[in-house]
Design a protein around this ligand. Sequence first.
Ligand code: MLT
Length: 353
Amino acid sequence: MSIRLKTLLTGVVASVAAAGSALAAYPERPITMIVPFAAGGPTDTVARIVGEHMSKTLGQTVVIENVTGAGGTTGITRGAQAAPDGYTIMMGHMGTHGAAPALYPNLKYDPTTDFTPIGLAAGTPIIIVTKKDFAAKDLKEFIAKMKAEGPKLNEGNAGVGSVSHTTCTLLTSQLGIKTARVTYKGTGPMINDLVGGQIDFGCDQIVSVAPQIKAGTIRALAIATPERSPALPDVPTTKEAGMPDYQVSAWNAVFGPKALPADIAAKLNDALVKALDDENTRKRLLDLGGTIADKPGRSQAALQKLVESEVARWTPVLKAAGISAAVNPAGATSGATPPPAAAPAPAAAPAQK
Ligand code: MLT
């Protein structure tokens, strides 16, 4: 063997060994988990709960970084463009990885190809909530008031394509009305304003509103799932309350950038699965009304399948509703009453185990 070839082979062996030991050592420093909405909202809540236990398993802190804007797509774009080394991951959701492609013609990522799926963190049913002294005590009165005064009513949401925006769009579209939309960096600050009475209503994920509903600082009209939530047994379903076609649920899930090494992705998935098996972590999520996927539903493959089905599910619904971030970039008041949108076929809701 020539000296040159020998040197080359030694170099290759050394770099393969170095790569192997880097993987074995991962993680050697804190991991950043981008949350694409403000602190205190549902995505932040789920990220902090699972991130805390993932930190224990990984032996390094999972640091939450809130990167807000454009209905969550700003933070997710940053996450998608991060180095695929396992030190930047993100908490995406039904909006950023399901609704956004239909709403942002210039979206800089494709949810189905630009990420490494890590795993589903929690299912988050949608609840219609109002300020506590809103002049409609139940869903039927709310519908009547919306039909009579829609454009005067302030609806809070977290920007075009966010879960709150998408699910309230479905609601107002089914009622054939428009409302005055007020956009926030997340539903954390939106719910603060609902408590303060600055806005009238919103559609939010249960994990964000359950404590306020229990405390009586806001009012829940209905939960948009077939069954009531064990966390809020007094809140009727939309079917019971008079709007059976309004069925919608969301989810939050962990992603890495595309081309994350398989061993690193598997380590992160293992840490997430262990978090969802942990009694205290489960209790915290379930007490807030979150649902937890069964074991097969927590796999990387299951998340990839969910994303693909969500993009396929939401794209026709949102296109039919005639909404686009291109014509409404700030996510502010929409200009025209959208045609009624049919409820999307039910998502593969994470089973509670
Ligand atoms: C948040 O964390 O603020 C939400 O997930 C926002 C939303 O999508 O409605």
